[in-house]
Design a protein around this ligand. Structure first.
Ligand code: NAP
Length: 546
């Protein structure tokens, strides 16, 4: 098979190294795609901006970073040996352990020999005559690849706040998604944090005991719920190991590939007492149950959503001593679960501490970052350390940062100006031989589960192309239109459709990203898999191949 692929390309520039496939990104997707393409005998090169494997878990080293998925439902399931030889230490794995795990995977399968680190892909241009992608790195080096796999991660394009003066700040400053590899000293320091999303919600409880003061600048509060993490004992792990087939089978049956699945009842099918008891139970249980195993109408029916929002608001009021602070921490512009729910470990109690201040920047907006700290309309706050927990240009942001051009120089960013157009979120319309992993319009949820499905599906597709001597593939217009319509219809029925967040493609720090778009597939992962499998079983008729 490598022969078919490599020798059929015309040697326009003999100095340009040529691969059967180029993968951009050495996170969970890129690692597994490499493993599978190698099995086909392909010559593959992975380019990665970071200095090693891990993607999200390589970059997001901030204190408190950890899964919100149960660890034992998150790891790779493709290798029995890997499942047997890895022990998770906590039910929701902390970032250092997860990164150790991914390094273990890279070592075990000798993945690094086909990876090139500290190599950011700046451009990828399609060459119609030779049917290949020319990939250009930041430094100008070029490589050719028959197939291009974008394993960029839905949350990798981090964004600094568009507040003037960030470059003038004289103290230590870090974005949570670019946290340094050396330990950061918090002891006795005055610390400011901008942002109150999942990253800040994990960071604050972890550092509050160490700092001299903590000032949190909040623009929009989020609905957070308790994680209830705990250590995994040896006996527990043995039981988990025995249950792996059952756990992964369960994940294949649920709409988001988590172990949690919506309760078949509607919110008002049950009495108030029953409802409260059910919510109390979910609030006391580990993981995403309160978001994903709740009444089935919670995310689609406004009254149902108002009811669960009122329940969680009561919890916040119980946990935060100062009623005025509690009110500030309760979201007013969106309901529970209509943004990605951060799971927390003592977040609300942080605000009961005397040395912690919550600044509502709607009341006193930030004017600028100064050499000493943050200046609001009210006063200047001085800090030794400033943390930007200001998030990501989600899903499409990482694509926008690469100059991707298809036939006739068509830029992907222009093709997606009104929103992405893809088939199954696996190939964009009009970009031959470009395959996306965890790109827009694909099922995500418990991400490694979706990654395994996409990688295996795409690997089978590449095998099909090779077996039949095809060197070019793109989706037909009709299936793209049908899939794009379906993705938008599946989003429209959700209350989250009308809420700004990275999940609806909004990032106020990025020009042009203030209009909501449908960037994710919100339908059932089970349905998604069935559709994808039917395409494969039908001989990939939805694609033009030659
Ligand atoms: P985020 O949820 O987008 O939060 C960013 C925060 O920064 C928001 O509070 C935002 O306010 C604020 N912000 C942004 N620009 C600002 C500005 N110019 N001025 C003031 N405030 C500003 O980002 P994140 O916390 O990094 O989380 C992103 C996603 O990553 C999560 O939803 C989750 O999917 C994933 N994540 C997962 C985990 C986990 O698995 N445990 C942990 C962390 C993150 P507005 O809301 O007003 O824009």
């Amino acid at each position: 098979m490598p022969d078919t692929l490599i020798t059929s390309t015309r040697d326009a520039n003999p100095d340009t190294e040529r691969f059967d496939a180029i993968i951009v990104g050495a996170g969970i997707s890129g690692m597994y795609q490499l493993y599978r393409l190698r099995e086909l005998g392909l010559r593959v090169r992975v380019f990665e901006t970071g200095g090693d494997v891990g993607g999200t878990w390589y970059w997001n080293r901030y204190p408190g970073a950890r899964f919100d998925s149960e660890s034992w439902s998150y790891g790779f399931s493709f290798s029995e040996e890997l499942l047997q030889d890895w022990n998770w230490t906590e039910h929701f794995s902390p970032q250092p352990d997860t990164l150790r795990y991914l390094n273990h995977v890279a070592d075990r399968f000798d993945l690094r020999r086909d990876m090139q680190f500290n190599s950011r892909v700046a451009a990828a241009h399609w060459q119609e005559d030779t049917r290949e992608w020319i990939v250009t790195l930041d430094g100008g080096e070029q490589y050719r690849g028959r197939f291009l796999f974008t394993a960029l991660g839905p949350l990798s394009a981090y964004t600094m706040p568009n507040i003037p003066g960030t470059e003038t700040y004289g103290g230590e400053a870090h974005h949570t998604a670019r946290w340094p590899h050396h330990p950061v000293d918090f002891n006795g320091r005055h610390v400011g944090v901008i942002g109150t999303g999942a990253s800040a919600i994990q960071t604050l409880p972890e550092i509050v005991d160490k700092v001299a003061s903590l000032t949190v600048f909040q623009r929009t509060p989020n609905w957070a719920a308790p994680l209830h993490n705990s250590k995994i004992t040896a006996a527990e792990h043995e039981a988990i190991r025995a249950r792996y087939p059952e756990i992964f089978a369960r994940c294949r049956e649920t709409v988001s590939c988590f172990i949690h699945t919506p309760d078949p009842r509607r919110t008002f099918d049950v009495s108030e007492e029953e409802r409260e008891a059910f919510w109390e139970k979910l609030y006391a249980e580990p993981g995403f149950g309160i978001w994903m195993a709740n009444f089935r109408d919670m995310l689609t029916d406004q009254d149902a959503n108002d009811a669960i929002s009122a329940f969680v608001a009561r919890k916040i009021r119980q946990r935060v001593k100062d009623p005025a602070v509690a009110e500030k921490l309760i979201p007013k512009n969106h309901g529970f679960g209509t943004r990605r729910v951060p799971l927390e470990s003592g977040y609300y109690e942080v605000f009961n501490r005397d040395h912690v201040t919550l600044v509502d920047i709607n009341e006193t907006p930030i004017e600028r970052i100064t050499p000493k700290g943050v200046k609001t309309t009210d006063r200047e706050y001085e800090f030794d350390l400033l943390i930007y927990a200001t998030g990501f240009d989600g899903v499409t942001g990482a694509y926008d940062r690469i100059d991707i051009r298809g036939p006739n120089g068509l830029r992907l960013a222009d093709a997606w100006a009104e929103g992405p157009r893809t088939f199954l979120g696996l190939q964009p319309e009009g970009f031959p031989n470009l395959f996306m992993l965890m790109g827009p319009h694909t099922a995500r949820g418990n991400i490694p589960r979706s990654i395994e499905q996409s990688v295996e599906w795409l690997t089978a597709l590449v095998r099909f192309l090779s077996d039949n001597g095809y060197t070019r593939i793109e989706p037909r217009a009709e299936p793209v239109a049908e899939w794009t319509r379906h993705v938008i219809d599946a989003a429209r029925i959700l209350l989250s459709y009308n809420v700004d967040s990275w999940m609806t493609g909004v990032n106020k720090n990025v020009e042009g990203r203030t209009v909501r778009r449908v960037v994710g597939y919100n339908g059932s992962a089970v349905r998604y898999r069935k559709r994808a499998d039917a395409v494969a079983a039908g001989g990939y008729r939805e694609f033009l191949v030659s």
